[in-house]
Design a protein around this ligand. Structure first.
Ligand SMILES: *Cc1c(COP(=O)(O)O)cnc(C)c1O
Length: 380
C-alpha cells in the first residue's frame, strides 16, 4: 500500500494503519469518474473497496494461490456472494447434507425464493452426487471438513465430477484454512472461509473471504457492493493482525487435537472419537493425501451415558474449557451440537447423521497440552 509522506513524517508506519474513512476526497470530476470506472486506480467509497480489506484480501488470496480474493462482512456474506455471483434464476445447486446449518438454510430455503433450487445429498458418496446432478446444475457446495462429524470432502474427485457436468465446485474451507488445504489447487472453482473462526482466531471479528475464477473478479466485487456485503475496516485490520500468527496457532492446535483425540480414545467414558488424524476415521487416508500434513483442530466424541453424562461433563469442565457455540478460538472451547448447531434437526435426522445428545464437539486451541488433558480426565 502507498503511504503519503509529508515533510514532518518522512517515515512510514511499520504496522498497517487503519483507514476508517467511508469516503475519499477527489481532486476533480475527471478523477472521480476515472476512480469509479477503474477501482484499481484508487479508493472512493468504502462499500466498493477500502485499503484494510484489500490488504487482508491479498494475504488470503496468497494463502490459496488464488487469482483474486474479496473480503466480506461475515462468512455467510461470502457464501451469499458466491451464490449471487455464480447462479441465476432456473439454476440448480447440489449441496452436502452436512453443511453448516445457516448455509443449508441459505441454499435450500432462501435461494428457492429467487428461483434457484437446491438438493442436499451425502457428498461423501460420489455415486449419489452423480445421480443428483442435473443438466441445469450450476454449483456443487461442500465443506472441506464437515461439522460436527468431521467428514472430509474428496475435493479433486468432486471437482472432476462437477466439471464433467458443466457445473462449478464451491468449497467452504473454514475448518481447514489455506494452511491445511488449498481447494483451488485441487480443482475447486470457488473457496469461502469464515474469517470469524481460526483465521482471525481471537473471537473478536466477524468477516468472510471469497476466492473464485479469474474472470469473475469484477462481478464478485460488484455483487459485494450492490448487495451491501462489504467488510468493516476495523475488523479487516484486526484479522490481518490475527493472520500473522495463524501458522503458530493452527499448528499448535492441530498437534494438540491429535493428542486429545488419542487420549479420548483411551477413556472408558468415551465413545466414537472422530478426528481425521485417527486411523479409525473413515476419511483418514483421503485426509492424509489431501491435507498438508495436518488434520485440523476439531475433535468430536460421544459421552457414554448420553445427555446426562454430556451435561455433567460440560458443567465440570466449563472453568477450563468454556461452552462456546463457535470454534477456532486460541483457547480450547466446546459445543453441544444437539442443543446448538443441530437443535432444529429431528431425532431421526440426528440419528441418521450419527449425532446424539451425548455428542460433544471440541474446538481445540493452542493451550498448554498437559493441563488440557488433565481437565478432560478430571471431568469425564
Ligand atoms: C461459522 C461458519 C460459517 C459462517 O460464518 P460467519 O462468519 O459466522 O458468518 C460458515 N461455514 C462454516 C463451516 C462455519 O463454521
Amino acid at each position: 500500500m502507498k503511504e503519503t509522506r509529508s515533510p514532518k513524517q518522512s517515515t512510514v508506519p511499520f504496522s498497517p494503519p487503519i483507514y476508517l474513512a467511508s469516503v475519499y476526497a477527489c481532486e476533480s470530476p475527471e478523477q472521480a469518474r476515472d476512480l469509479l470506472e477503474h477501482p484499481e486506480h484508487g479508493y472512493v467509497y468504502q462499500r466498493d473497496a477500502h485499503p484494510n480489506a484489500d490488504q487482508f484480501a491479498e494475504a488470503c488470496g496468497d494463502l490459496h494461490h488464488a487469482p483474486w480474493s474479496v473480503v466480506t462482512a461475515s462468512g455467510m456474506s461470502a457464501i451469499a456472494a458466491a451464490l449471487l455471483t455464480s447462479t441465476q434464476q432456473g439454476d440448480h445447486v447440489l449441496v452436502s447434507d452436512q453443511l453448516y446449518g445457516r448455509t443449508l438454510q441459505l441454499f435450500v430455503t432462501e435461494a428457492a425464493r429467487y428461483g434457484v433450487v437446491a438438493d442436499a445429498v451425502d457428498t461423501s458418496d460420489l455415486e449419489s452426487v452423480r445421480r443428483a446432478l442435473r443438466p441445469e446444475t450450476r454449483l456443487v457446495v461442500v465443506e472441506t471438513i464437515s461439522n460436527p462429524l468431521l467428514r472430509v470432502a474428496d475435493i479433486a474427485q468432486l471437482a472432476d465430477l462437477t466439471h464433467q457436468h458443466g457445473a462449478e465446485l464451491l468449497v467452504d474451507n473454514t475448518f481447514a484454512t489455506g494452511r491445511i488445504c488449498q481447494p483451488l489447487r485441487l480443482g475447486a472453482d470457488w473457496v469461502v472461509e469464515s474469517v470469524s473462526k481460526i483465521m482471525n482466531g481471537h473471537s473478536d471479528v466477524m468477516l468472510g473471504m471469497l476466492c473464485g475464477p479469474a474472470d469473475q473478479k469484477a462481478r464478485a466485487r460488484d455483487v459485494v457492493s450492490v448487495w451491501g456485503l462489504a467488510s468493516s475496516a476495523f475488523d479487516c485490520w484486526l484479522a490481518l493482525r490475527g493472520l500473522a500468527t495463524l501458522h503458530l496457532r493452527l499448528d499448535r492446535a492441530c498437534q494438540n487435537a491429535q493428542q486429545v483425540a488419542e487420549f479420548l480414545q483411551s477413556q472408558p467414558g468415551v465413545n466414537h472419537v472422530r478426528y481425521p488424524g485417527l486411523t479409525s476415521h473413515p476419511d483418514h487416508a483421503l485426509a492424509s493425501r489431501q491435507f498438508m500434513d495436518q488434520f485440523g483442530w476439531m475433535v468430536t466424541f460421544d459421552c457414554l451415558g448420553g445427555a446426562d453424562a454430556a451435561t455433567r461433563f460440560i458443567h465440570r469442565i466449563r472453568e477450563k474449557v468454556p461452552f462456546c457455540p463457535s470454534l477456532g478460538e486460541v483457547q480450547t472451547t466446546l459445543s453441544h451440537p444437539a442443543s446448538t448447531s443441530h437443535r432444529r434437526h429431528s431425532e431421526e435426522a440426528l440419528e441418521r447423521l450419527g449425532i446424539s445428545a451425548g455428542t460433544i464437539r471440541l474446538s481445540v486451541g493452542a493451550d498448554l497440552l498437559l493441563p488440557l488433558l488433565e481437565a478432560l480426565e478430571n471431568s469425564l
